[in-house]
Every structure is written in C-alpha cells, then in structure tokens.
Design a protein around this ligand. Structure first.
Ligand code: MN3
Length: 373
C-alpha cells in the first residue's frame, strides 16, 4: 500500500490525483490532504478518503481528524512519514512546502513549477530526486530513459500555443479572463491557464526543465504543436529523436508519478492516430508572446531573475483575473518590474523570500504610478 500526501487537494491536480486513488483503492491510501482553507470540497474529500491528517493554511481544527494549521503545521507536515508527497499547489505559495519537503528529504512529485523555479538556484542539485508531474517534464523524463545524459543533444518542449495562437496582437487588449481561461486542450487551474494563454507557462517550463534535468538553456527548444499529442522530445547525438505521446489528460502524468517504475491503467480515451491525422509544428511567435523570450533570458541570467519573473507574473495574472489590467499589459508590467529590480544571487531560502517580498513592493509601486488600483 503506497501512502500519499496530496497538497492542493481541492485544486485541479489534487482532484485528478484523487481520481487515480479512487481507481486504485487496493494500492493507494491517502494519508494527508492539504488545502488553503476548509471548504465543502475538502470536507467531502475527508469523508471519502479518510486521511489521518489534514492540513489547512488557515482556519480551525476539523473534528475527527488530526488537523495541522498554518506555518507551524507545515513544518509538522514536512516531517510526516508518508511514501509520496504530491504537490499540486498553484503558484508561489507552494515554495515553503517544497523547501521543507526537500530539507526533510521527502519523496516529492510536483506540478508546482513556481517553487521549482524560485528554489532552483539553491536546490537545483537536489532536484534529480523530484518526480515531475508537469506533462512536458514527465514526457522528457520518459524520453531521457532511452539514452545517457551525455548523449543528449537537445530537449524539445511542445506548447499548444494556448487559446490565442491565431489572434492578432492588436486584439490582445480585448481578451477577457473567461476567454483566457478557456484552454483548447487541457483542463487546468486558473493561474496556469492564464500563463498558457500568454506562453509564460512555456517560459516557466523551460526554466523548470533546466533545473530538473540539469540541462543548459541552449539545449532546450520550444515548438508550437497545437494538437497537444506530443508532449516532449529528446534528440540524441546519433540523430535519433525519442518522443512521448499521450491524450492531453493530466491524469496520465499524475498516475505515472505515482506508479513509477510501473505503469498502471488510466481511464482516458486512448490515442487514435488515424483519427488525429495531422501533427503540426511551428516556431513560437516571440513578438506576439514576449514572455517566452523574457523567461529564457531570465533563466540564462539566473540568480534572482527567475524568482522576480515568477513573482511579477503571479501578481500580473491575479490583477488580470480581477479585471484590473488588460491581457496585453501582463508582459508590460512584468518587464517593468524586471527593469526596476536588482538583487544579489540568492544563497538561502530566506534570500528567496526577501526577493519575493521586495519584488511585490516594486510591482505595487509601478502600478500606483500608473493609477491602477
Ligand atoms: Mn505543462
């Protein structure tokens, strides 16, 4: 019986993880559910999966289950003896749990790319033990099994291109949050859906790949592939290219992270190649989607840049979702924040938190000067 801790249990990754557990009651047991707060969904999950522990970032003790609360509770959580911690937390709030789990040498499968990126400069050398849930990185992980590290020429991440691939740049101004949340291929949380629409998500994934697989940026390519059938490819020095294909359903990489090194049956509609017919690929338009280029630049500069980028994006996306800034301004504000910050290379976890806090201040100042409330 494999025991799981599901962090972000009420979110998109969390609920899809619990779908897998539902199918494999004989092999999997949920020992801990973690969410930001008590909700109807969380209460239902507790009733259904009967975990020994529940963690909430804020709120009161929950009857009938050991409740861990707040930052103190997080320190306890990270010391629990559980076989696999699945981090499906969205955004920067996943940093502290990721840091604590790494510090305690816990087995971690993560979809929380923001934490991977911000902590990469300090903990990158420990990432080889992290199991990626992000579909592209799960794909690359599997492709890499075909050869040795020194035989890799480059890795290629595919991007669906998001919902606005064929929209002109002039129209970006009028994009509504609802339109941006409506991703053509994947069922995902809000933050990552907006990031997919701006291609920031693919930029993050380049940085994530760099840290997870310890591969230099000049060996990481991005190609637009609207069908989202191929999720990642690795080109080896002999000219062989190994790719990973699957239906675009997050339960595939989630289940693999849980079942590895085995493979378990997943209830997805299997690929039918004659039905798909065409797989198309083209270069990303960096003029239309400047955040992809910006992310690569931040990754190459390293130091505090990936953290500043992640922080600025988190705030810009939140303001867009709240209807306070237009879609086309997301990259504008992020660029301005990057121009107005200058930090030393982080050396400790506290340095990372400091960079995040200071970047937030710079962001709010820039907005104030432009009369955005
Ligand atoms: Mn992805």
């Amino acid at each position: 019986m494999k025991e799981l801790a599901v962090l972000g249990s009420t979110g998109s990754i969390g609920t899809q993880t619990l779908d897998i557990v539902r199918k494999y009651r004989d092999r999997l047991k949920v020992s801990l559910l973690a969410a930001s707060k008590i909700s109807e969904k969380l209460i239902e999950q507790i009733a259904e999966f009967n975990p020994e522990y529940v963690y909430i970032a804020e709120g009161e003790k929950i009857k009938g289950v050991k409740t861990l609360i707040g930052e103190e509770g997080l320190y306890e959580l990270a010391q629990l003896d559980i076989d696999l911690f699945i981090n499906g937390i969205s955004g920067i709030s996943g940093i502290l749990p990721t840091y604590l789990l790494l510090e305690n040498n816990k087995k971690l499968a993560t979809a929380n790319k923001e934490a991977i990126i911000c902590l990469g400069e300090i903990y990158g050398d420990r990432y080889s033990d992290i199991f990626p849930i992000d579909s592209e990185h799960s794909a690359i992980f599997q492709c890499l099994l075909s050869g040795r590290k020194e035989e890799v020429e480059k890795i290629i991440l595919t991007a669906s291109g998001g919902p606005f691939l064929n929209l002109s740049k002039e129209e970006f101004r009028y994009i509504t949050p609802d339109q941006a949340l409506n991703h053509p291929r994947w069922k995902m949380g809000k933050k990552v859906s907006i990031d997919s629409a701006t291609l920031m998500n693919k930029g993050f994934e380049v940085i994530e790949a760099h840290y997870l697989f310890n591969i230099p940026y000049n060996k990481i390519d991005v190609v637009i592939h609207p069908e989202s059938v191929i999720h990642g490819l690795v080109q080896f020095i002999d000219g062989s290219v190994i790719s990973h294909l699957s239906p675009p359903d997050m339960r595939v990489p989630i289940c693999y992270a849980i079942s590895y090194p085995e493979r378990w049956e997943v209830d997805v509609k299997k690929l039918n190649l004659p039905q798909i017919k065409d797989l198309t690929f083209f270069e990303p338009d960096l003029d239309k989607f400047p955040l992809l280029r910006l992310a690569k630049e931040c990754g190459e500069k390293g130091g505090a840049y990936p953290t500043v980028l992640t922080t600025a994006d988190e705030l810009a996306v939140r303001l867009f979702l709240e209807g306070k800034i237009t879609f086309d301004m997301i990259p504008v504000y992020i660029s301005q924040v990057l121009e107005h910050t200058d930090f030393d290379k982080p050396e400790t976890f506290e340095d990372i938190i400091y960079i995040i806090k200071e970047t937030e201040k710079v962001f709010w100042n820039i907005l104030k000067l432009q009369n955005v409330n």
